[in-house]
Design a protein around this ligand. Structure first.
Ligand code: MN
Ligand code: MN
Ligand code: MN
Length: 355
């Protein structure tokens, strides 16, 4: 027997939040499979996913990892939300990504990696901000060391250790440009035989976000994914997304990257629409961003929408970085939109809620 923490995305708008609840399951803790975790249900009227008169929503387990909080062979179980008749719930953006993969994207063997920035808050302000006034301007904080400039490292480090214990595709971390702001990366990390495909990497992003919220609870702080957590001359928080496919990774794949960039240029507005709430406050053209109404592709240009890293241009193959997604973007929607555009897939399934 083991504890299973069932995790799902709720119906909050414009940004979906995480919910979870625990149950005991009969499972061989050393040889668990998805089938060991039964379908379950919850009250959708309390999560913005149903009306009161018909409020049961289904939880369909789709991925599981070790629970790094409970120590004796327990599990975190990520679920898709279903309507009472078993069909995909409107809030189920993972189903949208499955739809794009099934419509032809799967054949391209895409890999993805996310750079998730976040900001730690206590007492209504980011860690490192004084009760009155402002800290010294940006400059010393990025990749910093020292208690006068790196604020919240205990949490960022604990997150790294627990993501590793859970078995996630966790790649690294760094202190960011604003005090109290950090980044971690999830997805492709150059390890052979690891599944950095779109579904698995996005699932791991949601596990990693969940784990971060739980660690922040322990320390009495909150982790914010707001795109512009502090107004003024402070960097926003993004979710740079690195993307490749069989063609871009093959010799001469740079041509496939240029073709992808062309398609992305045409679809700029559609992408912005699913790249997170409050994105205009972050994509201003300042603070290492391209302004929201503009599309620019470039080499090492931190002000580009799409960046083709120097090493990729030199090798003539590899991946590109989409610098537009905000920290609060839904990885499923970002991955689905990228696959749809880059592989010229016709939209098959109305993607999500999200007004
Ligand atoms: Mn980064
Ligand atoms: Mn960063
Ligand atoms: Mn980046």
């Amino acid at each position: 027997m083991a504890f299973a923490e069932y995790i799902w995305l709720d119906g909050n708008r414009p940004t979906q939040e995480l919910r979870s609840k625990t149950r005991f399951v009969s499972v061989d803790t050393e040889a668990a499979s998805l089938a060991d975790f039964p379908e379950w249900s919850f009250d959708g009227s309390s999560t913005g996913q149903a009306e009161g008169y018909d409020s049961d929503c289904g939880l369909i387990p789709v991925s599981f990892v070790r629970d790094p909080f409970r120590t004796s062979g327990d599990f975190l179980v990520l679920c898709e939300v279903a309507n009472s008749d078993g069909s995909d719930h409107a809030s189920n953006t993972r189903a949208g990504l499955r739809g794009v993969l099934a419509a032809g994207a799967a054949a391209h063997d895409a890999w993805i990696g996310f750079e998730q920035e976040y900001t730690l808050f206590a007492d209504g302000r980011p860690l490192g901000f004084p009760a009155d006034g402002m800290p010294a301007p940006q400059g010393p904080y990025y990749c910093s060391v020292g208690s006068d400039r790196a604020f919240g490292r205990r949490i960022a480090e604990e997150h790294a250790v627990l993501c590793e214990a859970a078995g996630l595709l966790y790649y690294g971390l760094n202190a960011e440009v604003m005090p109290g702001q950090w980044e971690f990366q999830i997805g492709y990390r150059g390890v052979a035989d690891e599944d950095a495909g779109l579904l698995n990497a996005c699932d791991h992003m949601w596990f990693a976000r969940y784990i971060l919220h739980r660690i922040a609870e322990r320390h009495g702080v909150t982790a914010s994914f707001a795109n512009k957590p502090m107004p003024g001359d402070w960097n926003g928080a993004g979710m740079h997304t690195n993307f490749s496919c069989a063609r871009t990774r093959s010799p001469g794949g740079i041509d496939a990257i240029y073709q992808a960039v062309k398609r992305l240029a045409h679809a700029h507005e559609e992408h912005i629409a699913v790249y997170g709430d409050g994105l205009a406050e972050r994509l201003t053209g300042l603070h290492e961003t391209c302004s929201i109404g503009e599309f620019k592709a470039g080499g090492a240009d931190r002000g580009a929408s799409i960046r083709i890293p120097l090493g990729v241009e030199q090798k003539s193959c590899g991946y590109f970085e989409d610098r537009r997604p905000g920290a609060n973007a839904d990885p499923y929607q970002v991955a689905a939109k990228l696959a749809e555009t880059v592989f010229a897939i016709e939209p098959t399934q109305r993607m999500a809620l999200v007004a």
